[in-house]
Design a protein around this ligand. Structure first.
Ligand code: SF4
Ligand code: SF4
Length: 443
């Protein structure tokens, strides 16, 4: 990669620039949520096999103790967010509206830590395999939303040569500011985590991409990264630049082929929150039991960013932010483009929960199923160069084979097409349904 590429990032195809609403919370320092009386810890917080439960009701546990071990290579460990007693083993509601297995921990108020993961003092010199095992043991997953187990991404097959670690500090989703605040408040932890990841991968090129609407983070990370062999790239603002394929192209000029993975072009992408979690696991011996969550929206009394433990309910987080000053019309787990509208506050945050957004009635947007008028607006903005309009008509007609041929499986569900559609068609819902149908037929 040349300096010219870094100085003049490329723009990926399509994308949109919605009003971002980040001012509501971007100036708010991260506050640490107090210890709660109970946490409901979902056991399926990652992509992959469910983990194997290791505890039973009434068992005593310590903070950071393993509650469930990985159920396969593509799986992730789950740890207790505090010390106390396993008060329930059952289910909890997830943001997608389905119930998933969960463990409830009743806190003893002591927060006594488990010490089975001691800090790795010699992490800059130790065998990279030791760091990889620590990432796996600490239950680290991608914290930008995908929740893919990090140790799997760090284990490419021998025929895939990785030469670049790309750090994702883009946070292009409107309203969310958790990564922005993390970069401002814990830059050294992010860079230490990145150095540990680079050591596992054996790469020398590390690039951190941040959108230029966060100039304070760009300046601070450039200052702290000096002398560390980590390049900080300021990217033009464009949603969905935080998607892996779009970020890789914008920051390096490399194109991930359709159906391909970042490793096909020599890249591994890791979110800055994940880097911070790796630093905590390696340098501090702390597994992934907490994250920064943005609690925001016009109805919220005190929008901001909270360091909260996995298993904290949306209700508790909203109470910490002062509750509401007006009735919200919609509650979204995540951001407005890719988040899930939820009907209950009694569901817990997981390792990949980036935010809670409350929308006021005047912000509510209603999808209709009006006919497509063939305007082409969706085609212009689709970053995957799909034809969303005709594709959605095929799906309405239940033509799933045609939809597969027209690349519905390449859809990253970014929502740009629906955002641009003047007929307010529920395009992403169509594509999600088709993908589920095609996956079910393949099984
Ligand atoms: S078709 Fe999929 S990838 Fe393309 S804009 Fe719509 S949601 Fe995004
Ligand atoms: S933007 Fe909407 S109306 Fe226009 S072509 Fe796409 S689906 Fe049809």
């Amino acid at each position: 990669m040349t300096d010219d590429v870094l100085a003049q990032p490329i723009r990926f195809h399509g994308g949109v620039h919605p009003s971002d609403g980040k001012d509501l919370s971007s100036g708010s320092e991260i506050r640490t949520a107090p210890l709660l009386e109970r946490y409901v810890v979902p056991l399926q917080q990652h992509i992959g096999a469910p983990p194997k439960l290791l505890v039973a009701k009434k068992d005593e546990v310590r903070k950071g103790q393993l509650l469930a071990e990985p159920g396969g290579f593509v799986s992730a460990a789950i740890h207790s967010p505090t010390s106390g007693v396993v008060s329930q083993v059952g289910e909890c509601l997830s943001p997608t509206g389905v119930f998933v297995p969960a463990v409830e921990i009743g806190s003893d108020g002591e927060d006594n830590p488990d010490d089975s993961l001691p800090p790795i003092e010699d992490w800059r010199e130790c065998d990279p395999a030791k760091l990889l095992e620590r990432v796996r043991a600490a239950g680290i997953v991608g914290m930008g939303g995908a929740a893919f187990p990090t140790h799997v991404k760090l284990s490419p097959p021998p025929n895939r040569k990785i030469d670049t670690l790309l750090l994702n500090g883009v946070e292009c989703e409107p309203y969310l500011t958790a990564d922005h605040r993390l970069m401002l408040e814990e830059p050294d932890a992010i860079l230490d985590g990145a150095a540990a990841l680079a050591r596992v991968l054996g790469v020398r090129t590390v690039v951190l991409g941040i959108e230029e609407n966060k100039p304070d983070a760009v300046a601070l990370l450039r200052e702290r990264a000096a002398g560390r062999d980590i390049e900080v790239v300021s990217l033009r603002v464009r949603y969905p630049q935080g998607a892996e394929k779009q970020l890789i192209y914008a920051a390096t000029g490399r194109k991930v082929p359709a159906g391909g993975l970042p490793m096909d072009v020599g890249c591994v992408v890791q979110n800055v929150g994940t880097c911070r979690a790796v630093a905590a696991a390696v340098l501090g011996g702390v597994p992934l039991i907490e994250r920064v969550v943005t609690v925001t929206g016009q109805p919220v009394v005190s929008p901001g960013n909270w360091r909260a433990r996995v298993g904290t309910s949306l209700r508790d987080l909203l109470a910490l932010a002062g509750g509401v000053k007006s009735d919200p019309a919609k509650i979204i787990a995540g951001g407005p483009m890719m988040g899930f509208s939820v009907y209950s506050l009694d569901l817990p945050i997981s390792k990949s929960s980036s935010g809670i957004l409350l929308l006021a009635p005047e912000q509510l947007f209603q999808y209709t199923s009006e006919p497509c008028i063939n305007c082409g607006a969706c085609v212009d903005v689709c970053p995957m160069k799909i034809l969303p309009g005709p594709l959605s008509v095929q799906i309405e007609n239940e033509c799933f084979d045609d939809a597969e041929n027209w690349r519905v499986m390449d859809c990253i569900e970014c929502g740009c097409c629906a955002y641009a559609c003047p007929a307010n068609r529920p395009l992403v819902q169509h594509f999600k349904r088709a993908k589920m149908e095609i996956m079910a037929r393949r099984r």
